[in-house]
Design a protein around this ligand. Structure first.
Ligand SMILES: *Cc1c(COP(=O)(O)O)cnc(C)c1O
Length: 397
């Protein structure tokens, strides 16, 4: 139940890749026999990836990951706008690959506005409009949030950007494959996607760049990807991404129904069985697979460790990367207290999850949470349940 972190590679995707690792190993830029089949495979994949976004194949550029795509989009647009303005607008809840890039740019002289979100994790479009100045050259706002699943009003943002003649990029890594996305309907200039969040392997992604929009390459060198991304193509990875997009286009409707059913069973079930919890994020405007739940009076990390011991993989809102427990920047931006944000758990469902999986989580969670809470002085102080700690004794030491 941690599919927003990564997804298992679909067996059909593995099958599609294998020939390009075993026999069809040629360099797609070679004009001799060995290059022909890999070249054709890349162009076939490009069509499939374009299809899922209702874009033209010539508008798709393959990258090595979502993070590269976001760096390319943001830095690449700014390069073409040198002298025209130095202001970027983004939000406080972006993925680190966007936030980190924007923070870096603010250090090297760019002016960056980080838009707020409300307690539902939603943007205020008036704040966005007010933030635009004659210096604004780029708006980069994510499609769906990886921690809460909250979906931003991308079409409306695109309209505002278009009216103001500002380039608009969206990080749609958590949206592509989960909800239908048409780049033309959404008034998008640039969009990033990543393979490993949609059942392709890690290390491949793509960027949509609308015809006529200029983006400078991040990697200079050979003429690959029509001079927009140098480096010999990862043929097997690109084939995999194409296959994954084809499967997604084929199965999305059924998968969405499956995910919504499981998620609502999970959320309802937890709410019925466990007191003092809250689903974080907008109740309706969410990616169908994602559920971020705040459990009061308990550490999310402790829940995760206990779930892990029972074979359940989930994730916390907090990024525990360096071993220090930093609260989630997304939940903090939503105005959720540090204490409560530490008690949050993200369940992100996927293709392979079943009703039985949800039943199992619903069975093990109530006693697990109750046991952890019973050790919390805050819980006993607030509810009269759990251990009765003697605060006088503690403060003397
Ligand atoms: C995973 C993710 C990325 C980064 O993609 P990688 O391929 O892992 O670099 C970017 N944005 C969002 C919203 C993500 O969830």
């Amino acid at each position: 139940m941690d599919h927003n972190a990564t997804t298992p590679v679909h067996p059909e995707v593995v099958d599609a890749m294998i020939p390009f690792l075993r026999e069809e190993w040629g360099n797609p830029s070679s004009i001799h026999w060995a290059g022909r089949s890999p070249r054709k495979a890349i162009e076939d994949a490009r069509e499939k990836v374009a299809d899922i976004l209702k874009a033209e194949p010539s508008e798709m550029i393959f990258t090595s990951c979502g993070s590269e795509g976001n760096n390319f989009a943001i830095k690449g647009v700014l390069e073409t706008k040198k002298g025209k303005g130095n202001h970027i607008i983004t939000s406080k809840v972006e993925h680190p690959s966007v936030l980190g890039t924007c923070k870096y740019l603010s250090k090297v002289g760019y002016d960056v506005t980080f838009l707020d979100v409300d307690s539902d994790g939603m943007l205020d479009l008036n704040q966005l409009k007010d933030a635009i100045t004659p210096e604004t050259v780029l708006i980069t706002i994510m499609f769906g949030n990886n921690e809460t699943g909250v979906i931003f009003p991308i079409k409306e943002i695109g309209e505002i950007a278009r009216e103001q003649k500002v380039t608009f990029h969206t990080d749609a890594v958590q949206g592509v494959g989960k909800v239908p996305i048409g780049v033309k309907d959404l008034n998008l200039d640039i969009l990033t996607l990543s393979g490993h969040k949609l059942y392709a392997p890690k290390g491949v992604g793509a960027v949509y760049v609308k015809k006529g929009v200029r983006v400078q390459p991040l990697l200079h060198g050979g003429h690959q990807e029509r001079n927009r991304r140098a480096g010999t193509e990862d043929v097997a990875g690109i084939v995999a991404l194409g296959k994954a997009c084809e499967i997604t286009t084929r199965d999305m409707e059924r998968e969405t129904e499956h995910l919504l059913k499981l998620r609502s069973k999970l959320e309802k079930g937890l709410m019925e069985r466990i007191p003092y919890l809250k689903v974080n994020g907008h109740p309706e405007r969410r990616i169908p697979n994602t559920s971020n739940i705040g459990f009061d009076y308990v550490e999310g990390e402790s829940i995760l460790l206990n779930l892990d011991m029972k074979g359940v993989a989930a994730s916390s809102g907090s990024a525990c990367t360096s071993g220090t427990l930093e609260p989630s920047h997304v939940l903090v931006a939503m105005g959720i207290s540090l204490e409560k944000s530490h008690g949050s758990v993200r369940f992100s469902l996927g293709r392979g999850n079943t009703e039985e999986d949800v039943d199992y989580v619903l069975e093990i969670m109530p006693p697990l949470v109750e046991r952890l809470r019973s050790m919390s002085p805050l819980y006993s102080a607030a509810t009269g349940k759990g251990v009765d700690l003697n605060f006088d004794t503690i403060s003397k030491h």
